[in-house]
Design a protein around this ligand. Structure first.
Ligand code: UFG
Length: 335
């Protein structure tokens, strides 16, 4: 079976390509290299022994997308390619709406026109905002988005919901909680451009001496230690969720033409707990200080993963310590 992975050289995409290849899928990657490096292709190849087909172009190029589906038949599409920096999306909303929605529309149009089905969409727990009830189930109300980035995830889910109603088309949206870690081989991982915005790359860069000090954004949240709580999931566990979702689509096991699943561990960890777990897992001392809250941050989010556990037969297997250790091993590989 052949699968198209858009954004397949990015952080989650590259880990998913590895898992797909190891499960025997033939993979074709489309990536414009806007936030990824071509070297990742060789790294994937060195892990799996198989070089994926690679096409370098932008999904906003409608003609290229159309040509691709004219000349390739795939059993499914896993769509990662998107802009993902929350802060940048506030400054450049049109860029985010154009990139994230334009590429989705071009893909869907070409797939429908060439009669190709099965779509897995990278969604986010950001659609729940600050949920009123924890852990968060898939039935929790969708809240107004806090950023244009978050809004593109919500709108994309809506687009897919409308498309599956109108056409013979099937999709699964995976709502990721906080992906962290790297492949245990330390050959692929997260490659943040410039100063990291997310917690774990900031932690590993601080421990590596690239950043002087980690700022902990707020210790006055209504949580046991005052710092914000998230559900941190190992990127390899997350990657594996895409394979089971893809099989569900291909084997027509779905119960409705679009399904939504939370993909997390089900466990919440505070920022201070993450720091402690990192120090324990890596034997590194972390220099940090408490600063003010970061604008737009929520207090706590962690998944109820019952639906994914029972319906997909998937569950996260790796611990927070393991994810942090793998993130650290990956950091040590960076020059
Ligand atoms: N944090 C710090 N210091 C830092 C970076 C982060 O204390 O230098 C804290 C944040 O305040 C937050 C936690 O660490 O409490 C996690 O922050 P991240 O930036 O790693 O992750 P977020 O939960 O803010 O964002 C993630 C994804 C987004 C997505 C969002 C949905 O990165 O793409 O979840 O809630 F939109």
């Amino acid at each position: 079976m052949k699968v198209l992975v858009t954004g397949g050289l990015g952080y989650i995409g590259s880990h998913t390509v590895v898992e797909l290849q190891q499960e025997g899928f033939e993979v074709v990657i489309i990536d414009n290299l806007s936030n990824s490096r071509i070297e990742v292709l060789d790294q994937i190849t060195s892990i799996t022994g198989i070089k994926p087909q690679f096409e370098q172009f932008d999904l906003l190029d409608k003609e290229k997308v159309s040509d691709f589906f004219n000349t390739n038949r795939v059993d499914g599409v896993i769509h990662f390619a998107a802009s993902k920096a929350v802060g940048e999306s506030v400054e450049k909303p049109l860029l985010y709406y154009q990139n994230n929605l334009g590429s989705l529309l071009n893909l869907l149009q070409a797939m429908l026109r060439t009669d190709q089905d099965h779509f897995i969409f990278s969604s986010s727990c950001t659609v729940y905002g600050q949920a009123d009830v924890l852990p968060i189930t898939e039935n929790a109300p969708i809240k107004p988005a806090e950023s244009p980035y978050g809004n593109t995830k919500k709108i994309s889910e809506d687009v897919l919901s409308d498309v599956v109603k109108a056409h013979d088309f099937h999709a699964i949206a995976l709502r990721y909680f906080n992906p962290i870690g790297a492949h245990p081989s330390a050959k692929i991982g997260e490659l943040p451009l410039g100063v990291p915005q997310n917690l774990i790359p900031y932690v590993t860069q601080t421990a590596a001496g690239i950043r002087e000090q980690l700022s902990v954004f707020g210790d006055d949240y209504p949580t046991p230690d005052g710092t914000a709580i998230r559900d941190y999931i190992h990127v390899v566990d997350l990657a594996k969720a895409h394979i089971v979702a893809l099989k569900r689509l291909v084997q027509k096991e779905y119960q409705s033409p679009i399904e939504f699943f939370n993909i997390g561990t089900g466990m919440g960890s505070s920022v201070l707990e993450v720091i402690q777990a990192f120090e324990k897992a890596t034997q590194q001392k972390l220099n940090y200080k408490i600063v003010d809250r970061r604008a737009g941050d929520i207090t706590a989010a962690y998944a109820d993963t019952t639906l994914a556990n029972t319906t997909l037969g998937w569950r996260a297997e790796k611990s927070l310590e393991e994810a942090l250790k793998d993130a650290w091993e990956w950091q040590l590989q960076q020059k």
